[in-house]
Unconditional design. Sequence first.
Length: 241
Amino acid sequence: MAPEHDPVATSVWLRPGRPRRGRPQLSREEIVGAAVRLLDAEGPDGFSMRRLAASISAGATSMYFYVANKDELLELVVDEILGEVEVPDVEAVGWREAAAGLVRAFRTVLLRHSWVIALFGTHPAIGPKAMRISDRTIALLTAAGLSGAEVAWASSLLMSHAIGYATSDAALDRATRAAGKSAADLVEQLRPFVERVADDYPNYAGWWRQNATIDIDPDDGFEFGLERVLDGLQAWIDKKS
C-alpha cells in the first residue's frame, strides 16, 4: 500500500473510481463546482467538507460518497480551475503570441482564484484539463524549435512568470483591502522608515525618493517581464539555428 503522503501514488487520477452504492443525488462535477465557489468566497481557511456540504444543503458524510477525502477534492478543484486557462492555437498565431496568450490567461485565472496558487505542487498536475494545457504548451514550444529538456525549462519559465506576478498581485490586493487604503497610501507610509535608513541604504533611498509617487502598474510590469522572457527564448532559438 502506498504511503498516504505520496502525492503520486495517492493522486485521484491514478486510482480507479470509487465504488458507489445507491443513487447519487449530486454529481462529482457539481461537488467540485460548489467547492470552487466556496473557496472563492471564503478562501482555504474557511473551507471544510462540512461547510461545503452545508453550502449545497447536503449531509456532511454524503460528501464522501463522491470523493475519498478533502485532499482528493482539492486535487479535482485544481484541475477544474486549470480548465479556465485558454491556450491559443499555435498554428493560427505563431509560437510567440501563443506563449504570450497562455501566460496572460494563466495569470488572469490565478487572480480570479488566487487561493489555488498554494495548492500547486501538492499533487501532480495530470488531470484532463491540466493535461490539455501541457499538451498544447509542448506543441507551441516544439513549434518554436525547442526540444527535450528545453521544452520543460521553457514551460517552467513561462508558468513561473505568471505565478510570480499573480502571487504578488494577490498579496497587494489583500493588503490594500485589509488596510482600507490604496497601494500609493501604503507606499507613502514607508517614507519615515526610508528616510531613517537612507544612510545605510543610499541606492534604495535615492531610487525611492525619485519614484515613490509614480504609478507602477502591475499589468505594465507583467507585460515588460513577459516580453523579456519571450525575447530571451527567441534569442536562444536563434542561437541554436
